[in-house]
Ligand binder design. Structure first.
Ligand code: AMP
Ligand code: ZN
Length: 461
């Protein structure tokens, strides 16, 4: 699969991150079902013009200007930040991350092929794709060519184009262009659409299974990719096109250009766990998109904490059962995600397993653990790691706990209190019960007001 990646001229907002979460759900679903997945994602570090247009300023140039730096430094920094956010959301790394500026030769070759096959022509300011040579241009993914997005509606018709729908494959460098390369058509830089055609076919072949992006890519980006790739190879380009609807705040598109968007770090500064955002995204279908509200996020966080608390307690009582593969509840989960990635229905199956975690029967709890750890291969909420961690005490704390137990047995309550204080400093709250010491590990970074739910509990005898 090929996921259209970020334009690394600014922070990625939670809307962008939602698109990559969704792609991660798909990849994990395929892997759970036994498919071998090769996931390629590009990083656009040149050629994406503001407004997805042919003329105007390159977003990278704009960002570099804004931050008083060069496009390459800008790209490196925002790519790194993007991966920090991805990792916080447990989004798996693609097998290939391809930077546009590393693939200029592939783009030049593809443009050459389009000229040779008569699909492209050289004009004074660059190379254009001639849409009249590709019947059905603009209507392969869209019912009709979206007229309102036609050239001329928003921007001046370029007299160098034969048809206003024609789109740029190569732009001749303008004085002061920070990014430019040699080509048979003069120094310049590539169009945004040719990048994705060239890189996806380079890594995945002329025809591949799945290509994704947000709904804004339905036109022009993906229609242009189809015209370029199929025009050049004469073969079908992509078997399945997948588009997520947008994450919306107050029902409007969250665009980077509109400013005021939320970043993942904003959610964290409000006290939320990034994985609560992941759980929120699982609660809706990619076909509907996500109506983002703080209340919704708070609900997801409460749900995640409830799950974690129950998982930790169950895990302290029993290891997970090993035969989750044959469980009818797993079948229900798989049936849901295999049905057009119906994550809300899959979550309902997971919730059935969570309910079983509280069962008085140890066997039920083991079964529920086995199921949830398996389902988490798709959910990606770190449930196993979290539950296993909750069952562990670091070795130094174990020694202190043991010393305190001895002090109590010897009736040395002054020492016992000192050691309780010592444990508190190490992040363990100790209580004495009839059965012996009990501890709770107080996680650092637990959101304010999460109280008991943010702590991990365990009995130590
Ligand atoms: P960009 O960096 O603008 O090229 O966007 C990166 C990805 O995020 C693309 O697949 C976009 O379609 C997608 N995207 C942009 N805005 C949103 C949004 N509000 N909700 C969901 N996906 C989005
Ligand atoms: Zn793309």
């Amino acid at each position: 699969m090929y996921n259209c990646g970020p334009t690394v001229y600014d922070w990625q907002h939670i809307g962008n991150l939602y698109a990559y979460l969704v792609a991660d759900f798909w990849r994990r679903t395929f892997e759970l079902l036994g498919y071998r997945v090769t996931q390629v994602m590009n990083v656009t570090d040149v050629g994406h013009i503001v407004g997805d247009a042919d003329e105007g300023e390159d977003k990278m140039a704009l960002g570099a200007q804004r931050e008083h730096t060069d496009p390459q430094t800008l790209a490196t920094m925002y790519t790194e930040q993007f991966f920090v956010d991805r990792h916080r959301l447990n989004i798996l790394d693609p097998h290939v991350v391809s930077k546009a500026t590393d693939h200029i030769p592939q783009m030049i070759r593809l443009i050459g092929r389009l000229i040779d096959t008569g699909h492209a022509y050289v004009a004074s300011d660059g190379v254009y794709f001639d849409v009249t040579t590709f019947p059905g241009y603009g209507t392969r993914l869209n019912a009709e060519l979206p007229e309102e997005r036609m050239a001329g509606a928003r921007i001046e018709v370029n007299p160098n184009k034969r048809d206003p729908h024609d789109f740029a494959l190569w732009r001749r460098a303008k004085p002061g262009d920070l990014q430019q390369w040699d080509s048979p058509w003069g120094r310049g830089n590539p169009g945004w659409h040719i990048e994705c055609s060239a890189m996806s076919m380079h890594y995945l072949g002329d025809t591949f299974d799945l290509h994704s992006g947000g709904e804004d890519h339905l036109f022009p980006h993906h229609e242009c990719e189809i015209a370029q790739s199929e025009g050049a190879t004469g073969k079908p380009f992509v078997r399945f096109w997948m588009h997520n609807r947008f994450l919306r705040v107050d029902s409007t598109k969250m665009a980077k250009s509109a400013g005021g968007f939320h970043r993942l770090s904003d959610l964290e500064s409000w006290g939320f766990d990034p994985l609560a955002f992941r759980l929120l995204a699982l609660g809706t279908s990619y076909r509907k998109g996500l109506e983002f509200t703080r209340e919704g996020l708070a609900g997801a966080q409460a749900r995640l904490e409830r799950w974690r608390g129950l998982l930790a307690e169950a895990r302290q009582a029993t290891p997970p059962a090993a035969n989750a593969q044959d469980d009818p509840l797993r079948a229900k989960f798989v049936e849901a995600i295999a049905d057009d990635f119906n994550t809300p229905r899959a979550l309902a199956a997971a919730e059935d397993a969570v309910a079983m975690l509280a069962s008085p029967e140890r066997g039920d709890r083991a079964r529920a653990l086995g199921l949830l750890f398996d389902m988490d291969r798709v959910l990606g909420l770190g449930l196993r790691e979290q539950a296993e961690r909750a069952g562990q005490v670091d070795p130094e704390a174990i020694a202190v706990l043991a010393e305190r137990e001895r002090a109590r047995a010897a009736g040395d309550y002054k020492r016992s209190d000192e050691l309780r204080e010592e444990l508190r400093r190490r992040g363990y709250l100790v209580k004495d019960t009839k059965e012996g010491q009990r501890w709770e590990r107080v996680k650092s970074g637990a959101p304010k007001g999460s109280g008991e739910a943010g702590a991990e509990k365990r009995e130590v005898s």
